[in-house]
Design a protein around this ligand. Structure first.
Ligand code: CP
Length: 321
């Protein structure tokens, strides 16, 4: 694997999920990272992505460093052809230099949510890929969060009662700030690759996601209808796609509550975290035995480990040719 940006970079999703679940059973069994370094560059904050990647690298025997662009480095110029009066270092030199110090580069680049075209063309992520001489892993970009979705797919596969069809609901929930589409977009991309999985989306009118991700999936504006007989409820807020980056609804009736969870087939509650309690989801749901948010967070380690492992093996093969 030379790139990990979207589901398109993975030939067989169930196979990668299986591999990650095997690593969970035997985390230190593939100690292939000797003399290798993973670099993580964060343009935005993180708790889980940063720490789970560190743990994954530790399992593989890799060295790993982290650079928080906002706090730890020079002020970076992103635009080309600019007279750099207020910025000290151009993204071109920064990434070229960073690539000299690692074998795999992970980057987090959130969208601005102002310019749809800029965000959806993944201008910053693609620029980083262009300047990086080492393989790049997305730690969440403007439109996708593939490591999260791989961990979510692992969690669903671990918990599904059997190979019988299951109903998985992606539910919009309220939030005071405008949030990106990366988690819901990726969730749809990845979970639709799982076998025997009926995927449904529920959100208020106006929150339709990009057709590239929503495709012809069933959408209902009736949250309670969506919850009936569901096996998994995946809650997430996102801002509008058509009215790009806007908050169109703050209606607290969309919050995930125990009453709504009671309509489901004893569904597991999922969220990528961090989550705002009693705005997105009621305490009682998050603290119930059916909440699997910690299992998702734990699976982030093995999702990252499976991806790093594939990249390291690919690199080793290249070196032998
Ligand atoms: N879910 C997730 O990516 O968490 P962080 O933003 O804390 O990394």
């Amino acid at each position: 694997m030379k790139r990990f940006f979207s589901v398109a970079d993975v030939p067989d999703v169930p196979d990668l999920v299986k591999e990650a679940l095997l690593l969970k059973k035997d985390p230190y069994g593939q100690f292939i990272g000797n003399n290798k370094t993973i670099g993580l560059v964060f343009f935005n904050p993180s708790l889980r992505t940063r720490l789970s990647s560190q743990k994954a690298a530790f399992h593989l025997g890799c060295d790993l460093w982290v650079l928080n662009i906002d706090h730890d480095s020079w002020k970076i110029e992103m635009s080309d052809g600019t007279m750099m009066e207020n910025t000290q270092e151009h993204i071109k030199e920064a990434i070229e230099v960073i690539g000299l110090y690692c074998d795999i580069l992970g980057v987090r680049t959130f969208p601005g949510l102002k310019n749809k075209q800029n965000d959806y063309q993944e201008v910053l992520f693609k620029k980083i890929e262009r300047y990086s001489r080492v393989p790049v892993v997305s730690l969440e970009s403007a439109t996708r969060h593939p490591l999260q979705s791989l961990a979510d797919a692992m969690t669903i596969e671990e918990l599904r009662p059997s190979q019988k069809p299951i109903k998985v609901v992606l539910s919009w929930a309220p939030h005071p700030k405008a949030l990106p589409h990366s988690v819901p977009n990726s969730f749809l991309e990845w979970i639709s690759k799982l076998r025997n999985t009926d995927l449904i989306i529920t959100h208020p009118k106006g929150y339709e996601l990009d057709k590239e991700f929503a495709k012809d999936l069933h959408i209902t504006y009736d949250q309670e209808e969506a919850f009936r007989e569901a096996d998994f409820i995946y809650a997430k807020n996102w801002s509008a796609y058509n009215d790009y980056g806007q908050i169109l609804c703050k209606d607290s009736r969309w919050m995930i509550t125990s009453k709504k969870m009671a309509l489901t087939n004893h569904a597991k509650f999922m969220h990528c975290l961090p989550v705002r309690r009693n705005i997105v989801v009621e305490d009682a749901v998050l603290d119930a035995d059916t909440s699997v948010v910690l299992q998702q967070a734990q699976n982030r380690i093995f999702a990252a480990q499976a991806v790093f492992k594939r990249m390291l093996i690919n690199k080793c093969h290249a070196a032998y040719r």
